[in-house]
Design a protein around this ligand. Structure first.
Ligand code: ATR
Length: 327
């Protein structure tokens, strides 16, 4: 199943690979050789869309990993990366968001070097900088397109207003936001704005960071796993949310498939404008996720799943994270 990426003329398999978890946020990084093996296996399985960011992995190690894995097979992959949020390269501490032209220029040069390429297929503003008018940021990104360093531009977790203002300056190929059975806040205004400006929606965390896979247990989280700080992963909220996943599980049982596949089929079923990038560090899970192409949900099943989001307890980000979305 291939889907057009905005109005770029490029079509991509609807399921890509979110690469963040190989280096960051979900516990210790995957060992380098194992990570490279997984990236190569993904290509062999037909995955082309790989998503990374400057801030994934302390010292941008996730981009460097992709550069190492794809250096000799650049023509087989579509690489998306992002800039804007800053992190201390030594400690990983968050240092705010910089959407200035100067930072855009600095960041792209580093990303190109680490990715071992002379062009980035899709370059996103990772979070909107409230101090920099979006027009200024997009002008800087458009200059990179004109120079051939970037093929298309995108925004991540941007508001409808920002998407429209950005698109007035330069075509926006994609908006990347969290979107899943449990996280549908972008349906109110962000997705309509995407449709208006012709941008694809790239759904990240389509498995709710693992919770929707039906195979998730909180006990397995390591102490430094960032999900520990996510409200819907905490205490009573977690118990209530995991109970909702049982409803996905029973629907999956009827299809003799996994809850992860149902969760991905739901996302893909939202329309032609949606692509998704589930993250995994394991070949078996990658294969399962790609199996979602073969799952067709009946309308009444979709309606059942549609009713779950309103019953989810807790925010999808911690307090700081919530201030950076819908920017
Ligand atoms: P993100 O976009 O942030 O990566 P996600 O795609 O919603 O979030 O979920 C990623 C999480 O789901 C990861 O913790 C991943 O764990 P593994 O690296 O162990 O696979 C987990 N995950 C992905 N696919 C899965 C599957 N098919 N079954 C169980 N867990 C899965």
């Amino acid at each position: 199943m291939r889907r057009a990426l905005g109005n770029t003329g490029v079509a991509l398999p609807a399921i890509g690979l979110g690469c963040m978890g190989l280096s960051d946020f979900y516990g210790p990084p995957t060992e380098r050789r194992a990570a490279i093996r997984l990236l190569h296996q993904a290509i062999d399985l037909g995955v082309t869309h790989f998503d990374t960011a400057e801030i994934y992995g302390i010292g941008s190690t996730n981009e460097a990993l992709l550069g190492e894995a794809f250096g000799d097979r650049r023509d087989k992959v579509f690489i998306a990366t992002k800039f804007g949020p800053l992190r201390d390269p030594a400690t990983g501490e968050s240092l705010g968001i910089d959407g200035s032209a100067k930072n855009c220029r600095r960041a792209v040069e580093g990303s190109l070097r680490r990715l071992r390429t002379d062009v980035i297929d899709l370059y996103y503003l990772h979070r909107v900088d409230p101090k920099t008018p979006i027009e200024h940021t997009v002008e800087a990104m458009a200059a990179l397109v004109a120079e051939g360093k970037v093929r298309a531009i995108g925004l991540s977790e941007a508001s409808a207003d920002t998407i429209r203002r950005a698109a007035a300056i330069h075509p926006v190929a994609a908006v990347q936001s969290e979107y899943s059975i449990f996280s549908r806040d972008i349906e109110a205004s962000v997705i309509p704005a995407c449709l208006d400006v012709g941008a694809s929606l790239v759904a990240y965390s389509p498995l709710g960071r693992g919770m929707l896979s039906g195979r998730f247990t909180k006990d397995a989280l390591s102490g430094d796993d960032r999900r520990n700080a996510v409200p819907r992963y905490q205490g009573d909220a977690y118990s209530a949310n995991i109970a909702l996943v049982d409803e996905i599980q029973s629907l999956a049982a009827a299809h003799a498939c996994s809850a992860a596949q149902v969760a991905l089929a739901w996302v893909l079923g939202r329309g032609e404008h949606v692509l998704t990038i589930p993250g995994t560090t394991k070949l078996a899970n990658l294969e399962t996720n790609l199996g979602a192409y073969g799952i067709a949900l009946a309308d009444e099943e979709t309606a059942t799943l549609d009713r779950l989001a309103d019953r989810v307890t807790g925010n999808r980000y911690d307090e700081y994270g919530m201030t950076t979305i819908n920017g």
